[in-house]
Design a protein around this ligand. Structure first.
Ligand code: NAD
Length: 259
């Protein structure tokens, strides 16, 4: 437990697939801080593992199926949250997808459909979440959080199209922060170092990426999912009340190194 009390907060977390998901670590820490959460999961394939993760949580946890490739699903998810909670304080977007063949080999070979798909799911999806979720935050403002990676700014061979998607996502964070700031809604991203999850496993050179991070980061180690969750707790709480449009690196300092 950490000394942050979210017991008066309501939130929704998108992007839990299993116990390794970054979104799960974030949901757990928010829950332990007292927040009431709805969990939006992609489809039937992940439903059981998501349900098992939250089964010990006290009270009812709304589990909402929401494939973000269709805005209708996102709007329906927020209708459900509105009916259940009435309003929202926290939204976590921890979603990314690209075809496996676009996560390796020459970036120049990325085809149009693969480009569209990766940008649609990994970057565009933050917009409908903000659009349909923000009206539920009107009362007290709120915090929107997404997950990014340093490949938005630098080349990580193998990360390929996902780097383009993260560049778009980070730009969205800034534009949404500008759009929503006057409603006291803050929009931030955590740029996390490499972590073993379903998504990272399919990136070619992921193992090298992780090894090199540990060798060259100022702290000479990799980060943990819990460290990302702790930063998320800060960004989702009033402790970060003056922070918006920020890309917070949780990467043991790797991003500052020139070599
Ligand atoms: P993960 O595979 O556990 O999470 C990705 C989630 O995206 C899954 O829950 C999946 O169901 C969801 N998703 C994919 N397509 C979707 C769709 N159409 N509709 C709804 N949900 C969909 O992997 P993760 O590593 O926890 O990834 C979470 C976020 O963190 C991603 O944005 C990822 O790019 C980012 N990130 C990961 C790392 C890492 O090394 N693992 C580092 C930095 C940033």
């Amino acid at each position: 437990m950490y000394p942050i009390d979210l017991s008066d907060k309501y939130g929704i977390v998108f992007g839990i697939a299993n116990h390794r998901s970054i979104a799960w670590a974030i949901a757990e820490i928010l829950h332990n801080a007292g927040a009431k959460l709805a969990i939006a999961y992609q489809n039937e394939r992940v439903r059981d593992s998501v349900a098992r993760l939250v089964e010990d949580w006290e009270g009812e946890t709304p589990l909402i199926e929401c494939d973000v490739s269709d805005d209708f699903n996102v709007a329906a998810a927020f209708d459900r949250v509105g009916d259940t909670f009435g309003f929202l304080d926290i939204m976590v977007h921890s979603i990314a997808f690209a075809n496996r063949e676009d996560l390796g080999g020459p970036f120049v070979d990325t085809d149009r459909d693969g480009f569209r798909l990766a940008l649609d799911i990994s970057a565009y999806s933050l917009l409908p979440i903000a659009r349909y979720g923000a009206p539920l935050m009107q009362q007290n403002g709120g915090s929107i959080l997404t997950l990014t990676f340093q490949a938005a700014n630098r080349v990580f061979p193998g990360y390929n199209i996902m780097g383009t998607a993260k560049a778009a996502l980070e730009n969205e964070v800034k534009q949404l922060a500008s759009d929503l700031g006057q409603q006291n809604i803050r929009v931030n991203a955590i740029s996390a170092g490499p972590l073993d999850t379903l998504s990272s496993r399919v990136i070619s050179h992921y193992r090298d990426m992780k090894r090199i991070h540990a060798e060259r980061s100022p702290m000479r180690r990799n980060i943990t999912t819990e460290e990302v969750a702790k930063a998320a707790l800060f960004l989702c709480s009033d402790l970060s009340g003056g922070v918006t449009g920020e890309i917070l690196h949780v990467d043991a300092g790797y991003n500052i190194m020139g070599i």
